[in-house]
Design a protein around this ligand. Structure first.
Ligand code: NDP
Length: 261
């Protein structure tokens, strides 16, 4: 599996998003994804599915150390007195002793960033998370976090797809050695109807979704598409046997600006 590096973390280039996956469906999709070769599962305290993600992990039979598990602390637990407890509760639901990556889910201006980052760093130092990072941080917040956090930040997880330009955030991540992880990488399914992506895909015998995911990975971005359907699990990871040309990459990057006009 290709990986994207961020301050020592090696994040698989394709992961499974699990937002809105619940109950049996969630456990079954996680299990199947791991059997198909996915090695990164993205969950969060607020998704209310960490238990099922853990079940799927165990049912897959894949060794714990071979899977990269990300979870996120919700904004109501950003005070120093709450953060470690929230992390421990996530671990208890997942039935893991540590996660690979623990993220601050969204910025919370109500709590000083230095306080939250200090607490997040202590969670790493206590061995509860191999790596720590942030999510939904803009370029200015990355600068602030990069300068403040006592431990290196592995990544920023942000919405990114051809209809949303994130060049400044990607640039800020690179300046701080952080990986960029794209959420909603297929624009919540919107790319399926995109004629330009489909036309490019025809040349490679790939779907519009596969072209979109390949476009992300070729930018050294990690992507975490979600699906509740087994056949799409396979489709979304089957992107490592072709390479988009420089012209195709450029054309896809221009979709967003054409879209904004
Ligand atoms: P995605 O861009 O992954 O799109 C998911 C939607 O696309 C679903 O409706 C799915 O439907 C459909 N889909 C999946 N694969 C295909 C395909 N090959 N062709 C056509 N349609 C497809 O959206 P998400 O918003 O879920 O983002 C992915 C993950 O990112 C989340 O699950 C979550 O883990 C994370 N995330 C993080 C956030 C944050 O604040 N940090 C915020 C939002 C998401 P179906 O199930 O029917 O296949």
């Amino acid at each position: 599996m290709n990986v994207v590096e961020g301050n020592g973390a090696r994040i698989p280039a394709i992961g499974l998003g699990t937002w809105e996956l619940r109950g049996r469906t969630c456990a079954r999709i996680v299990e199947q994804a791991l059997r198909l070769g996915y090695r990164h599962i993205d969950t969060a305290e607020i998704y209310d599915n960490e238990r099922e993600v853990g079940e799927g992990l165990r049912a897959s039979g894949i060794k714990r150390d071979d899977v990269f598990v990300t979870t996120k602390v919700w904004t109501t637990h950003f005070m120093a007195k709450d953060l470690e407890r929230a992390a421990k509760e996530s671990l208890a639901r997942l039935r893991l002793t540590e996660v690979d990556l623990l993220l601050l889910h969204w910025p919370n201006p109500q709590v000083p960033l230095a306080e939250t980052l200090g607490a997040l760093a202590r969670v790493r130092q206590a061995g509860l998370a191999r790596h720590i990072g942030v999510s939904n941080f803009n370029a200015a917040l990355i600068e602030e976090a990069g300068a403040t956090c006592p431990e290196p930040l592995a990544c920023d997880q942000v919405e990114y797809h051809p209809y949303l330009d994130q060049a400044d955030v990607i640039e800020a991540c690179r300046r701080h050695g952080m990986a960029f992880v794209a959420y909603s990488p297929i624009a919540k399914g919107r790319v399926k109807g995109d004629r330009a992506l489909a036309r490019i895909g025809d040349r490679y015998r790939k779907t519009a979704a596969q072209v979109c995911l390949r476009w992300l990975v070729q930018q050294n971005v990690s992507a975490i598409p979600r699906t509740s359907k087994l056949e799409r699990l396979q489709e979304n990871i089957d992107i490592f046997d072709f390479e988009l040309s420089v012209d195709d990459m450029r054309e896809i990057s221009a979709i967003g600006s054409a879209d904004a006009r």
